[in-house]
Design a protein around this ligand. Structure first.
Ligand code: CO
Length: 142
């Protein structure tokens, strides 16, 4: 079962320009420095909000997986939604048992914990990222 909404991923042509929009238009003050995720072909930064994060994603390199998305959406657009799960391997097995198409083997994501992506066809056209909750990142309420 999915837990907390961790972040919303937004593909952008320029991380600096997008961060500036969140800063100047919406008044966001807590925006992390961009960093490269060379293996995933993306450059990423986070806009920290009181209850969640916006993940800004810029293509990195010629084979970036978001180049096609930006070709179709040149000004950028909502790319994925990320929910936390307790155990990524269990989540992957359960998603597959339920007939969903998991797009990758669990790998380390931008938060340093394991992630998988579920095909948009399984969720009303929305690409879903499932991410193992960072240990001790926020207290569990149960
Ligand atoms: Co993400």
């Amino acid at each position: 079962m999915i837990g907390r909404l961790n972040h919303i991923g937004i593909a952008v042509p320029s991380i600096e320009e997008a961060a500036d929009t969140y800063r100047s238009l919406y008044g966001a003050t807590d925006i992390t420095a961009p960093f490269d995720m060379a293996e995933q072909g993306v450059r990423v930064c986070f806009v920290n909000l009181p209850n969640s994060q916006i993940e800004l994603i810029e293509p990195l390199g010629e084979t970036s997986p978001i180049l096609n998305f930006l070709k179709a959406n040149p000004r950028g657009g909502q790319h994925h939604v990320c929910f936390e799960v307790a155990d990524i391997w269990q989540a992957k097995a359960e998603m597959e048992r339920r007939g969903a198409q998991v797009l990758n083997e669990p790998r380390i994501g931008a938060h340093g914990t394991l992630i998988i992506f579920v095909h948009p066809k399984n969720s009303n056209g929305v690409l879903i990222e499932l991410m193992e909750s960072p240990k001790g990142a926020h207290p569990r309420v149960d």
